[in-house]
Design a protein around this ligand. Structure first.
Ligand code: ITT
Length: 208
């Protein structure tokens, strides 16, 4: 999808944005994710507050059940509506690894060792996926997802962003080089939030 299409979509949502400031609680311990969600949601009239939890995450091969279970536990615990973001980097040549185990792999291996695993590999295709789960206390969680396709770079590039951003190339530049302003227009996280906003405000027709 082009930047232009994204701009049109964003404007559609912006023009129909939620009138009054809506508070939304984002449960995360990851500062990079919090900053991005805040920057993405604020122009749409949301005030984003951060809560942290130490709840153990369930283990699963898909992000959706992990995000939904976390959102349900957090909403019932804090007794407020919450969003949770579960994300991962899926590398084609590694059969989708690290995927749902991305946090563990970042902590234990880091970008340099992931690059080492990819040494000599000509298929550099990869995608980032985010699942945003929304849950109100004593209700069932809802999940919205977004994907961005790219390539694994041959070396780390760029000082912006966080996590795997310096090794994930989108149209020739890494997310670490692009910076938040550009990343937030086209990222997996932005696309998942767009789906969430579409459902909540009923504005945009999904076409990706
Ligand atoms: P919470 O569960 O507390 O929200 P987390 O860091 O465990 O934080 P995830 O499981 O969603 O979050 O993230 C999986 C890993 O992928 C983690 O190491 C992140 O730093 C990384 N990651 C997530 N989104 C990313 C993005 O947009 N760019 C680069 N790396 C990202």
């Amino acid at each position: 999808m082009t930047h232009e299409t994204d701009k049109i979509k964003s404007n559609k949502i912006k023009n129909n944005k939620i009138k009054n400031k809506t508070k939304i609680v984002f449960v995360t311990g990851n500062k990079g994710k919090f900053i991005e969600i805040k920057e993405i949601l604020e122009p749409f009239g949301f005030e984003v507050l951060q809560e942290k939890t130490d709840f153990p995450e369930i283990q699963a091969d898909e992000l959706e059940p992990i995000a939904k279970a976390s959102a349900k536990s957090a909403a019932d615990f804090f007794k407020i509506p919450v969003i949770v973001d579960d994300s991962g980097l899926f590398i084609e040549a590694l059969n989708g690894f690290p995927g749902p185990y991305s946090r563990f792999v970042e902590d234990k291996l880091g970008n340099q060792k992931v690059l080492k695993l990819m040494k000599g590999e000509t298929n550099r295709n990869a995608y980032f996926k985010t699942v945003i789960a929304y849950c109100e206390p004593n209700k069932e969680p809802e999940a919205y997802s977004g994907i961005v396709k790219g390539k694994i770079a041959h070396e780390e590039r760029g000082n912006e962003g966080f996590g795997y951003d310096p090794i994930f190339e989108y149209e020739g530049k890494t997310f670490g080089e692009l910076g938040n302003d550009v990343k937030n227009k086209i990222s997996h996280r932005r696309r998942a939030i767009d789906e969430f906003l579409l459902k909540k405000s009923g504005v945009r027709e999904p076409d990706f």
